[in-house]
Design a protein around this ligand. Structure first.
Ligand code: KG4
Ligand code: ZN
Length: 356
């Protein structure tokens, strides 16, 4: 049998994304439709996201199949993000996938959105496979993992409050940048001097040792509050406008410093110099460059180009194919779950480590 044709469906947040994957790496169709309805509200409105997915999903699937030059009947298996994410948005993709899997009698595989992000880079670079230290940074999650094999994820650290992407989005909003804030903040920061404002590095400048949960965990809400304080002071002084690029640069510098430093702690402890960046924030150039520079020439940094690091259907198809090859199929009882458990994630108690 030739390599299976996998349809990957992603509707967990505000991108309606579908891809057609032939086997493990050949992307035949790839369509991402970003919903711009949320811009006027400065953030994703869950009800509007669900309605927009419902309106466009059929057309996005059609376009991906057209690009692949394949009819729906040629699809061998269907992978869909079942969680985590916005429940109404997830339900649109899962219901669609279930009905088509039933009608065509094809296997259906529910995929965890963050596990899918781990599979983004390997679609472009076959070297981007375990073992690696994985830093997953998206709008809803920040996870530091040690991955010795696909499907075996040792959790080292996670955020205790805001996710990294959420912090970028909230600080962007404070600086009156449009949603989504991450890319806009990165652009504004290019004209700024990060040294003009001193911001905290939460959970970093402490005396914590390996074994303390704080050693790997993240916290971004204090950093966001510090920016909010500076914005207030500068506005009162009437100097906010000119300081915006500098404040953006100082925030980005602090966030990147924390993310890179904690990842390098994991590199030291595991002895694994292969770092994989996944999730929307991995599109951030200073994050990638700082990681590569501080890791040094003996290490490797893997990350996908933006079309595979921001939400997309190809990573969902690739993660679904992995589970299919392992003999795990979801069946039609699959449900959307806003708190979908990360398959294969082992927390501290399971491996004797410290991270909660
Ligand atoms: O993975 P993703 O596309 O969606 C979620 O799963 O949440 O990540 C979206 C997040 C948003 O918070 C967005 O602001 C952030 O990734 N992001 C960035 C950049 N591009 C996207 N953050 C910093 N710099 C960027 N260039
Ligand atoms: Zn994502």
């Amino acid at each position: 049998m030739s390599a299976p044709l996998v349809l990957g469906i992603e509707t967990s947040c505000d991108e309606t994304a579908v891809a057609v994957l032939r086997g493990r790496e050949e992307i035949l169709g790839h369509v991402i439709l970003s919903q711009d309805v949320h811009r006027v509200y400065g953030g994703v409105v869950p009800e509007l996201a669900a309605r927009a997915h419902l309106r466009v999903l059929d057309d996005v699937v059609d376009q991906a199949l057209q690009e692949a030059d394949a009819p729906l009947e040629a699809v061998d298996l269907i992978a869909v993000t079942a969680g985590p994410g916005l429940i109404g948005a997830l339900l649109v993709g899962v219901s669609w996938a279930k009905s088509v899997a039933f009608a065509l009698d094809r296997p259906l595989i529910g995929v965890h959105h963050m596990e899918a992000h781990l599979f983004g880079p390997v679609l472009e670079d076959p070297e981007a496979r375990p073992p690696f230290v994985g830093l997953l940074v998206s709008g809803g999650h920040t996870l530091l993992l040690h991955v010795e094999a696909w499907g075996d994820y040792r959790l080292l650290g996670k955020t205790r409050d805001d996710a990294a992407g959420e912090a970028f989005d909230k600080v962007a909003k404070l600086l009156e940048l449009p949603y989504p804030g991450g890319p806009a903040l990165e652009r504004l920061a290019e004209q700024g001097d990060p040294a003009r404002h001193t911001l905290p590095r939460p959970m970093l400048r402490t005396e914590h040792q390996p074994g303390d949960p704080e050693y790997y965990d993240f916290s971004f809400s204090g950093l966001k509050t510090a920016v909010a304080g500076r914005v207030k002071e500068l506005r009162a002084e009437g100097t906010l406008e000119g300081e915006r690029p500098h404040l953006a640069a100082a925030f980005q510098d602090a966030a990147v410093d924390v993310l890179v430093s904690k990842t390098l702690r994991a590199v030291d402890e595991t002895g694994c110099g292969r770092v994989l960046l996944g999730g929307g924030v991995s599109a951030n150039r200073p994050l990638r460059e700082t990681m590569a520079r501080r890791l040094g020439p003996s290490g490797n940094v893997f990350r996908a180009s933006p079309r595979l690091s921001l939400d997309n259907g190809a990573m969902v198809a690739r993660a679904g194919l992995f589970h299919f090859e392992e003999g795990r199929v979801s069946g039609l009882e699959l449900g959307a779950d806003a708190n979908y458990p990360f398959p294969g994630l082992r927390a501290s108690a399971d491996w004797g480590g410290s991270a909660a």
